[in-house]
Ligand binder design. Structure first.
Ligand code: C2E
Ligand code: CA
Ligand code: CA
Length: 524
């Protein structure tokens, strides 16, 4: 094939000319010299009186026929050779392309994941050092969405170009692992300060304006770094370490780089185990309502209970809401949990005195959810729990940013007789704005106002009580404990506080433990 490829194009006419001349020479020699000798030698009769013209005609005919018999197959052959040659070239091109595709990313021209892994395996297999710098573009999807896929592609090409420059500068390899994930691979030992310098260079180079978006968009990236001599000696484990380091950066607010940290990985693993366990806990109704009494002042008689979520784990230990509610919120499971608590609490309350209220804490995400009021009303109807014995508690934080939706939802619930209480009052915004704009019936003064030895907060409590009175709102004082006796409850009652809640009247308890409490306390 290679011979064909390099064949001299002048060879064929030369061959034909050579054949022509040889044929003429041979026929002339034959006709004028060797024919008589040959006939004589063969002892055959021979007529030597031929005219020269006749002899020349023979020479020409013989030459012409042999030329014809040569030209036709030569032309066919020539065509065949040309065809073969072009097929070969095509094949070669495809082969080169296939080889390139197997090694390089077709969009950016950078080394692809396969070659990256091969190089890494080879390097680590020979016990040589390798460092991985995993680079994940931040908000690349937004560029794709806002400017279209073609701009997205050009952005990736530009990123590839910038990374390639950096790789050259620091003796590394630039790799596109797929999507908007890139990587720099260094097959030498690099000091931490040099890696820091490279990571900073990557961040600053990628942050330069992108010509494709006419400078409107700048790229951010999050970088995770792992080193074979510190983190892992096996290729996929080293890549995993870089991945974990990158996630650490993402959770730290992006636009940053992080080195692999085994402690962080342990936390992350614990977190994902917690998530799995929580999903199961929710399905298995391990998350149950505990009930904390709320008393009316000055009588200090129980008028209802606040539902406080507890996770009763299979080993009997109890998980507190601060540890699992934020996780459920992140997983989008908080309304499922709330639904489950409402179901359990309404069923438990069937055996209680028919005047007792239930108070439920509502997360920010639910306050603004347009389906929340109807779902709650429908569930209470289904459980046959009167609306006027039900209360929801929301915090001011939950209202911020969702004011309009919250306004709609709260007034809908309020119009059905459900009480709305503003929880932890005094810790957040404590804005009159929220109190006046929303359908709020009750304020719960945060327990931090009643901490041990904190009597200097009492003027503030007095002011809140005065304000609530003028706005015709009820008030609950939270966090009333034993050490406050005997003055605080009576002081609160004298100052117009309607309800109190705290360890003095009872800690949050499971339903089974409530029976003696319910028997002991007089009801309102
Ligand atoms: P919160 O709504 O302010 O609930 C009152 C918290 O104060 C409860 O903590 C309760 O155990 C505690 N507490 C009550 N009386 C006293 C007292 O006298 N002294 C002291 N030191 N503490 C007292 P808990 O049960 O750990 O709940 C913490 C927070 O978790 C709640 O604060 C609430 O914001 C949230 N939470 C609890 N259950 C739920 C729920 O079902 N859904 C939602 N969205 N949040 C919940
Ligand atoms: Ca509450
Ligand atoms: Ca509270």
């Amino acid at each position: 094939m290679t011979d064909l490829h390099h064949q001299n194009p002048c060879r064929l006419p030369t061959l034909l000319l050579f054949t022509l001349l040889s044929m003429i020479g041979i026929s002339v020699l034959w006709e004028f010299k060797f024919e008589a000798l040959a006939m004589q030698w063969l002892n055959l009769p021979y007529d030597s009186d031929f005219e020269d013209a006749e002899r020349w005609r023979f020479v020409l005919t013989a030459t012409a026929f042999s030329l014809l018999s040569l030209i036709a197959p030569t032309l066919v052959l020539k065509r065949l050779v040309a065809n073969t040659r072009s097929s070969y070239r095509r094949l070669q091109r495809v082969q080169l392309l296939t080889e390139a595709l197997a090694k390089y990313d077709s969009l950016t021209g950078l080394i692809n994941r396969r070659i990256f892994m091969e190089s890494l395996l080879d390097q680590l297999g020979r016990n040589h050092p390798a460092a991985i710098m995993l680079i994940d573009l931040d908000h690349f999807k937004a560029i794709n969405d806002q400017h279209g896929h073609s701009v997205g592609d050009h952005t990736l090409i530009e990123v590839g170009r910038r990374l390639q420059d950096i790789a050259r500068l620091y003796d590394g390899m630039a790799v596109r692992l797929g999507g908007d994930e890139f990587c720099l691979l260094f097959l030498t030992h690099k000091e931490e300060n040099e890696l820091v310098e490279i990571a900073e260079t990557v961040l600053s180079k990628l942050a330069k304006p992108l010509p494709e978006t006419k400078g409107f968009c700048r790229l951010g990236a999050t970088i995770g770094i792992s080193r074979s001599w510190l983190d892992a000696q096996e290729a996929s484990a080293l890549l995993h370490c870089a991945d974990i380091a990158m996630y650490k950066g993402k959770s730290n607010g992006r636009l940053t780089f992080s080195f692999y940290d085994s402690e962080y990985e342990c936390q992350r693993r614990a977190q994902s185990e917690l998530e799995v366990a929580l999903r199961q806990a929710l399905e298995g109704e391990e998350i149950v309502p505990f009930y904390q009494p709320i008393v009316i002042l000055p009588a200090q008689e129980i008028v209802g209970f606040e539902i406080l979520a507890r996770w009763v784990k299979p080993d009997g230990s109890i998980g507190m809401p601060a540890d699992f509610i934020p996780v459920l919120e992140r997983l989008g499971l908080i309304s499922a949990m709330t639904r489950s608590l409402v179901k359990q609490a309404c069923r438990a309350a069937k055996s209680w005195d028919g005047h007792l209220h239930l108070s439920l804490n509502i997360s920010a995400a639910m306050v603004a959810d347009q389906f929340f009021p109807d779902q709650l009303l429908e569930q209470l109807t289904h459980e046959k729990f009167p609306f006027n014995r039900f209360e929801i508690e929301i915090t001011e934080e939950a209202l911020v940013g969702n004011l309009e939706a919250a306004q709609r939802n709260l007034s809908r619930l309020n119009s059905h007789g459900i009480t709305v209480a503003l929880d932890d009052f005094g810790t957040g915004y404590s804005g009159l704005y929220h109190l006046t704009r929303l359908s709020i019936d009750k304020i719960k003064i945060d327990r931090s106002f009643f901490e041990a030895g904190q009597t200097d907060h009492l003027p503030m409590v007095e002011a809140i009580l005065g304000m609530a009175r003028s706005m015709n709102m009820k008030v609950t004082a939270e966090g009333i404990e034993d050490f406050h006796l005997p003055h605080l409850p009576s002081w609160l009652a004298d100052n117009g506080c309607h309800y109190a809640q705290g360890y003095l009247y009872g800690r949050p308890q499971a339903h089974v433990e409530m029976v003696p409490v319910l028997a002991e306390f007089p009801f309102n």
